[in-house]
Design a protein. Structure first.
Lengths: 276, 298
């Protein structure tokens, strides 16, 4: 490429770089500010200087003495993992059935499924809440996990992948005498690992970050997930900015660490779900 | 598939063939419906049935106590709700939230994605990793962090504003700015995601089209307007639809954590009202009726 056209290409890309730098700044700055506030000494919390001058962990110590953070982390972890496993399992089964055996009935059922995606949580929250309380499951992790056992979104994400699976492989397996379960577990699933991993990441993150349902169902802070514990801490100690920012930092740390390792996968999972 | 079955079993006697066929048919039929069972059972318990139950409850007045029976009031809940000034404000705000979000979730990302076309691989990867981060941060964390940033007393944003000589803006406490502040926060979270989705859609456009346009002497903006946007319009449409359907819901967290619908009802929307009626006032009938109204709007 000639030097002049290389230069003109770079020039053309400049507005792009500019916008992206600004966007990156807008995206990252709030979180950066959160972290450095968390690390500031208590008397410097209101400082304007963009780095912590004498970083210390007193905010974190203060926070951990006020709320049962470790317990909340464990709760969140248990709920997220259990929900993810259940939701992915039911989605795999349902997507398999829809993809392999099409009929007017299955198409109608699929349409019914997509309808649930439109229903806002606030419309169904009351009967769900009443049901949970009648079952004596208020304030339990079970109540947080059960409604997530299946989701239309998960099924809709897996369905195209199952549908696109080469029919010849299925038919070859049938000739070999394989039954429907064998075909699912030994023929199709091993090839769907990417899609399933992708879905698992999306589900895990969305349940980890979930706010509304835990808000309704949790009563005491020891039984809460981090997001609700965080809010409880915020409403009771709203102006202790130092410890508050420590809480926020700690709450984000697990997901950020996962992001550090799996960033490519996570971004592409989210983006592909949007491109569907 | 019937043909294949025939080929596979042709070595058996006709009676055996029928038996094998039946057995396979049975296990297939069983599998097919068994596979759908867990998902639909869950959805039935947590979505379909509650939807019907919400509908039913909207005709009663009840305070959720198991000792008190619901009282039939017919359409009373609906009538009273529609007359409440709160409701009108909430409905109008819902419209604002919904359509006000679109520039942030579709408009701005489109502009950035278009401008970012020339950016190289390595820089692009770094930007991608950075701008996506708000999307994975928990909404509660986002709410708390922005509360800190926008604080009129010591928030860094107001510190910058006052250092420039202006008086501090009470973003979340002033009823003229509160809704827009929440709108901004909601949009902030989604900016990176939308930009990346649009950018990804653009990469799937056949480069030959760009070549042809370049040979025809088309300017960059012409290329953008007549080639890129029409070709990625499905994605733009999807993002717009997502925003319209879920936009007001997305803001719920921020409203509940930061303003509780205030100041003076300026940030409330239908979803928040639903929650408020249900759990602050324990007015089950009102809450479900409001829910039905917003559902009907869909």
């Amino acid at each position: 490429m000639k030097a002049s056209s290389r230069f003109s290409k770079a020039l053309q890309a400049t507005p792009g770089h500019l916008l992206l730098v600004m966007l990156s700044f807008v995206a990252i700055f709030p979180l950066y500010w959160m972290f450095i506030t968390a690390l500031r000494a208590p008397n410097e919390v209101f400082s304007d200087i963009p780095w912590p001058q004498n970083p210390d962990f007193s905010n974190f110590r203060r926070l951990l003495s006020e709320i049962p953070f470790a317990r909340m982390m464990t709760n969140t972890f248990v709920v997220s993992v259990a929900s993810t496993i259940l939701q992915v399992a039911t989605a795999v089964l349902a997507a398999y059935s829809f993809a392999r055996w099409e009929s007017p009935v299955s198409r109608w059922l699929y349409a019914l499924l997509t309808l649930t995606w439109l229903i806002p949580a606030q419309v169904v929250m009351m009967p769900n809440f009443i049901l949970v309380s009648q079952l004596g499951l208020l304030d339990t992790l079970t109540a947080l996990i059960l409604p997530h056992a299946a989701s239309a979104f998960a099924i809709m994400l897996l369905y195209p992948g199952f549908r696109a699976f080469p029919r010849e492989l299925i038919e070859a397996a049938i000739i070999d005498g394989a039954g429907p379960w064998r075909i699912l577990f030994y023929v199709m699933l091993p090839n769907m690992r990417a899609a399933i991993a992708s879905l698992s990441i999306l589900v895990f993150i969305s349940i980890w970050n979930e706010y509304f349902w835990p808000l309704l169902v949790t009563r005491r802070i020891e039984n809460s997930v981090i997001q609700i514990g965080l809010q409880m801490f915020f409403t009771s100690e709203g102006t202790m900015w130092g410890p508050l920012m420590s809480a926020a930092s700690l709450a984000s740390l697990p997901i950020l660490l996962i992001y550090l390792v799996l960033q490519r996968q996570i971004v592409s999972s989210f983006v592909r779900s949007g491109l569907r | 598939m019937a043909l294949l079955d025939q080929a596979a079993t042709s070595h058996l006697s006709p009676r055996q063939q029928v038996l094998v066929r039946l057995r396979r048919f049975d296990s297939n039929v069983l599998a097919r419906w068994l596979c759908l069972l867990p998902a639909f059972l869950t959805l039935f318990v947590w979505v379909y049935w509650p939807l019907a139950e919400s509908f039913r409850l909207s005709f009663y007045e009840w305070n959720m106590l198991p000792t008190v029976a619901p009282e039939w009031v017919g359409f009373d809940n609906y009538l009273r709700l529609l007359q409440l000034p709160e409701m009108k404000k909430a409905a109008w705000n819902t419209v604002l939230y919904t359509f006000g979000l679109v520039p942030l979730t579709v408009g701005l990302p489109l502009v950035v994605a278009l401008a970012a076309r020339g950016v190289g691989e390595r820089a692009g990867a770094i930007y991608r990793a950075l701008i996506f981060i708000p999307m994975i941060i928990a909404p509660v964390v986002v709410a708390i962090v922005w509360r800190w940033l926008l604080s009129p007393d010591h928030g860094i944003i107001n510190e910058v504003i006052t250092s420039l000589g202006f008086s501090p803006i009470r973003f979340l406490q002033d009823r003229n700015t509160a809704l827009w502040a929440i709108l901004f926060i909601t949009g902030w979270k989604l900016l990176g995601f939308s930009t990346l989705v649009i950018a990804a859609a653009m990469t799937s456009i056949d480069p030959a089209l760009f070549e042809a346009a370049r040979l025809e002497g088309a300017s960059a903006s012409q290329v953008a307007l007549h080639i890129i946007i029409p070709l990625i319009s499905p994605v733009l449409l999807l993002l717009t639809m997502l925003t319209i359907l879920h936009g007001a819901q997305w803001s719920f967290v921020y409203i509940n954590v930061l303003t509780h619908g205030g100041p003076l009802q300026s940030t409330t929307n239908l979803y928040f009202l639903l929650y408020d009626y249900g759990f602050s006032n324990f007015a089950v009938g009102w809450s479900t009726a409001a829910g039905m109204i917003s559902f009907a709007i869909y």
